[in-house]
Ligand binder design. Structure first.
Ligand code: ZN
Length: 116
């Protein structure tokens, strides 16, 4: 399905919420690198981010920048960077589909605040 609509997506720019979620995600990677050095790797980092402590911190950071962002959308934007974690993979398919649908709409600029 994603394959079929790819040409349309290619012309679209992610909205600010998606970009900000990505930046927050990368900042946490940077923090882990400083804190844990070489022991830090993507699978390990993502496992930590999927834990309630960091997950909530990332979600609140996003909601601080976008106060009108719904809880569901904020969670989806954090989860979309953590799809390789067991915690994500263990979710019911319907929930994963909902998360991916919400995040994709921000990714292609259909939901959220346009970058100008
Ligand atoms: Zn990452």
């Amino acid at each position: 399905m994603i394959q079929a609509v790819k040409p349309i997506y290619n012309n679209r720019i992610p909205n600010k919420e998606y970009v900000t979620a990505t930046i927050i995600h990368e900042i946490i990677h940077g923090y882990f690198k400083i804190e844990y050095g070489l022991a830090s790797s993507d699978p390990w980092d993502h496992g930590e981010m999927a834990g309630n402590d960091y997950f909530n911190k990332m979600k609140y950071a996003l909601k601080e920048v976008f106060p009108n962002l719904s809880e569901t959308d904020a969670q989806a934007l954090v989860w979309i960077g953590l799809q390789d974690t067991d915690k994500y993979k263990d979710k019911p398919l319907s929930e994963k589909n909902a998360i991916e649908y919400i995040a994709m709409n921000y990714r292609v600029g259909l939901s959220g605040t346009k970058c100008n």
